[in-house]
Design a protein around this ligand. Structure first.
Ligand code: NAP
Ligand code: G4F
Length: 329
């Protein structure tokens, strides 16, 4: 039986990845950061909670000793480092904390793996945010595009990306970076733009709200579905050598396009409800992201399957069901 450890197991990606690995008959260990309200913390794991092959342990990326303890218990063949302070706007409010978790936290984990289980295969959740405003002449970002981060979050992810490559080369460890473009789902935090728009449009449709405040509507993103991207994470660690891969759909939409699509789906005119609010703008904005995932397609055979349109419908339907249930209660 294969054994995997997931940091960030209760996050969007961690919960889908845990489901995928359990389906593949893995024993799955997960690290949970202590939270004062335990109930809220594991709701994304509801579908697999109690599975005898799922083991949750307290730990924190900033607490080296806790990582050593869990690695000694789990003895994982594969480690997926998904834990992070992952919100770009919030990284401007908490830059030092973000650097400690999203940057140095990765180094804590690598050093613990090097000491406890150096033959484990390691996946690092790197991000398209690392490219910043660096774009190739054809309008795409790919593995060779220079990294030019424009947020504290992205700077921390660049540190993690580089320290992973350094440990791979210096210690001959199997450490791969997935450079993933934005991916979403109904499990996405509702302060990220896709789920914020889906949730608020559903509330407006049901008469529970009358406005949606957003930041930069001109920014464009390459949005895919988290289920497709956790499949890529697993495929990256099954490859015969450690390497770095971009995962993206190759199609980008502006935030305005996203709003238009969602409001059209719920049959409302966005001009009546959507406003911009400077609170949601960033001190420095990453304007455009569009990824070229040809390397992952050619070497791993990975391709995204779920379209932006189907994903946004799934997210809006989730919130419509949620609030209809809520209203009934
Ligand atoms: P997410 O939903 O924000 O999940 C982050 C996870 O990290 C949560 O389980 C969180 O636990 C945990 N965590 C935060 N601080 C921690 C700490 N100090 N120690 C241990 N655990 C900690 O993020 P996601 O969307 O699933 O993304 C997964 C990873 O991929 C992240 O590293 C993110 O930066 C990266 N990434 C995401 C995307 C995307 O579009 N989703 C794209 C590229 C890269 P609590 O919830 O209990 O705080
Ligand atoms: O949904 P977002 O907050 O995602 P962002 O900043 O692109 O970061 C996400 O994707 C990265 C991969 O590229 C991950 F590494 C990272 O962890 C995270 O998962 O914002 C998307 C765009 C931005 O341009 C933002 O300025 O939407 C714009 N936006 C406009 N109004 C808004 C809002 N974003 C948020 N969160 N809230 C708004 O009201």
């Amino acid at each position: 039986m294969k054994t995997a450890l997931i940091t960030g197991i209760n996050g969007q990606d961690g919960s889908y990845l845990a489901e995928l690995l359990l389906e593949k008959n893995y024993k799955v260990w997960g690290i949970l950061k202590r939270n004062s309200v335990a109930e809220n913390q594991t709701y994304r794991l509801d579908g697999i909670y109690g599975n005898p092959n799922l083991h949750l342990e307290y730990g924190d990326l900033t607490d080296f000793a806790s990582l050593v303890r869990v690695l000694q218990l789990a003895k994982p063949m594969e480690v997926y480092n998904l834990a992070a302070q992952s919100h770009v706007r919030i990284s401007f409010d908490q830059p030092i904390y973000t650097a400690q978790v999203t940057g140095v936290g990765t180094l804590n984990l690598l050093e613990a793996i090097r000491l406890v289980c150096p033959t484990s295969r390691v996946y690092q959740a790197s991000s398209s945010e690392m490219f910043g405003n660096s774009i190739d002449a054809d309008g795409f970002q790919r593995e060779t595009t220079p990294l030019n981060p424009v947020s504290p979050y992205a700077c921390a992810k660049v540190f993690s990306y580089n320290i992973c490559r350094n440990y791979r080369n210096a210690y001959n460890m199997f450490i791969s970076n997935g450079i993933l473009f934005n991916h979403e789902s109904p499990r996405r935090g509702s302060n990220f733009v896709t789920n914020k728009v889906a949730k608020e449009a559903a509330k407006i449709k049901l008469g529970l709200s009358d406005k949606l405040s957003l930041g930069n509507m001109d920014a464009t993103r390459d949005w895919g579905h988290a289920k497709d991207y956790v499949r890529a994470m697993w495929m990256i660690l099954q490859h015969n050598s450690a390497d770095d891969f971009v995962c993206a759909t190759g199609i980008s939409h502006s935030v305005q396009d996203l709003v238009n699509y969602v409001f059209d789906y719920v049959e409302l005119d966005p001009r009546q409800y959507v406003r911009t609010d400077k609170r949601y703008f960033r001190p420095e904005e990453l304007r455009d992201l569009k990824g070229d995932a040809n390397k992952a397609k050619e070497i791993l055979g990975w391709e995204p399957e779920i379209t932006f349109q189907d994903m946004m419908k799934e997210m809006v339907d989730y919130w419509l069901d949620y609030y209809k249930g809520h209203v009934k209660k």
